[in-house]
Design a protein around this ligand. Structure first.
Ligand code: NI
Length: 397
């Protein structure tokens, strides 16, 4: 369990953690392009004397090991930080503003990476306090494409040594600095996307009877898609179906040939995920057919739902209560966003928690992915204390 000495150690290294975070913030890189970020992480790990540094996993991913020296049974716990930034032009007027114009750490992954480096430093200095192994994992591209978690897992990061449990954390500008939020069960949704192409038959706007209007077919598909949630999902469960874009036509007197719709489907429950895909496809195809056209559905499955293990979430809750105080350890309300830490949780027991980083006085209240998003750096000490105590608690259990 975390001691007052370790808590003091964490407070003492804060200037270094903040410097690391600011360096990363100034030099943001997009998903799977984190070359400089990765080099920086490797350099830091080498300077600390961390063992078995492996690089270039899923392009820029890095893992490394810290071995406890306390005699005892040796479990292995994985700690994950994501490293990528977003294609956003930063609008903050801070001295550590992004030097890579058009790219910005607007989700706090700079803080996640800095916190994991800080956690590594503290665990190394206190390796006589635990038995077993800590595997540090720095992941590319949480925000983009297929994500970096799945290819890292496919390249074997959960083995050699075999990982027994997985933990990760995310800053949250919706919650005050210092609050640690965790709960068992689903905390983030499966995020799927779809594209529906309606094929009609173009013609003169004055002669609809000689055409098959893809726009009116599309609007009927959109309304009928609303019945997936309202009429077929158990009201006590959650699903979202949102049509987020629609493209068709160019003139005021021409019925176009085609209409394209795009959107997202969010679910927690794998059975609801399957049935939403099935119903969406059937509605699009049959509504179009009934109206004399056709619809082609291109359905893409994104990250699965992020589901915390109940026992591991309880371990984090208790570890956080000891590390930062009972009053700051709170339950986490699930949201319909997505997070590719889900792949780690599909493969191993573990938990993912939120670290509040909102500070009204400092004006750090902007939402994630906003050009003015910023992290209250005081939050990082709370995240490190929690992560260190999760490790100590888990490896002693
Ligand atoms: Ni994020």
């Amino acid at each position: 369990m975390i001691t007052d000495k370790i808590k003091n150690d964490i407070d003492e290294i804060q200037p270094g953690v903040i410097a690391d975070r600011r360096h990363l913030h100034e030099h943001p890189e997009l998903g799977f392009q984190e070359q400089e970020t990765s080099k920086f992480v490797i350099q830091r790990l080498e300077a600390l004397g961390v063992e078995d540094i492996r690089t270039g996993i899923a392009v820029t991913g890095v893992t490394a090991l810290i071995h406890g020296t306390k005699p005892g049974e040796g479990k292995c716990v994985l700690l994950r930080a994501d490293m990528d930034a977003l294609p956003i032009i930063e609008e903050n007027a801070v001295e550590y503003v992004s030097q890579n114009k058009g790219v910005m750490h607007a989700c706090g992954h700079d803080a996640h990476t800095a916190m994991l480096l800080g956690t590594a430093r503290v665990l190394l200095d206190n390796r006589d306090q635990f038995s077993g192994t800590v595997k540090l994992l720095f992941q590319p591209s949480e925000e983009w494409g297929t994500g970096g978690a799945l290819p890292m897992i496919e390249q074997g990061v959960l083995e050699d040594p075999h990982v027994d449990a997985v933990f990760g954390q995310h800053v949250s500008s919706g919650d005050p600095t210092g609050e640690i939020q965790v709960s068992g069960g689903p905390i983030a949704a499966a995020a799927d996307s779809f594209k529906i192409t309606v094929q009609g038959k173009g013609g003169h706007g004055a002669s609809p009877h000689q055409a098959v209007d893809p726009i009116i077919i599309a609007t009927n598909i959109i309304s009928t898609l609303q019945t997936i949630v309202s009429r077929s999902v158990d009201p006590m469960k959650s699903t979202v179906v949102s049509v987020c874009n629609i493209h068709s036509g160019f003139a005021d007197n021409v019925i176009p040939d085609t209409c394209e719709l795009g959107g997202t489907v969010r679910t927690f429950d794998p059975a609801l995920r399957d049935s939403a895909q099935e119903k969406l496809t059937k509605i699009a195809e049959t509504v179009a057919e009934a109206m004399g056209g056709t619809a082609t559905v291109d359905y893409h499955r994104g990250y699965p739902a992020t589901i915390n293990d109940d026992a591991m979430a309880e371990l984090v809750r208790q570890a956080a209560a000891v590390a930062v105080g009972e009053d700051l350890s709170k339950p986490l309300e699930a949201g319909m966003g997505a997070e590719d830490f889900s792949y780690f949780l599909e493969n191993r027991p573990g938990a993912f928690w939120m670290v509040g980083c909102r500070n009204e006085e400092k004006g750090m209240t902007w939402p994630h992915h906003h050009p003015r998003f910023d992290v209250d750096e005081d939050s990082m000490a709370f995240g490190i204390k929690t992560m260190v105590n999760v490790v100590l608690t888990y490896l002693a259990s």
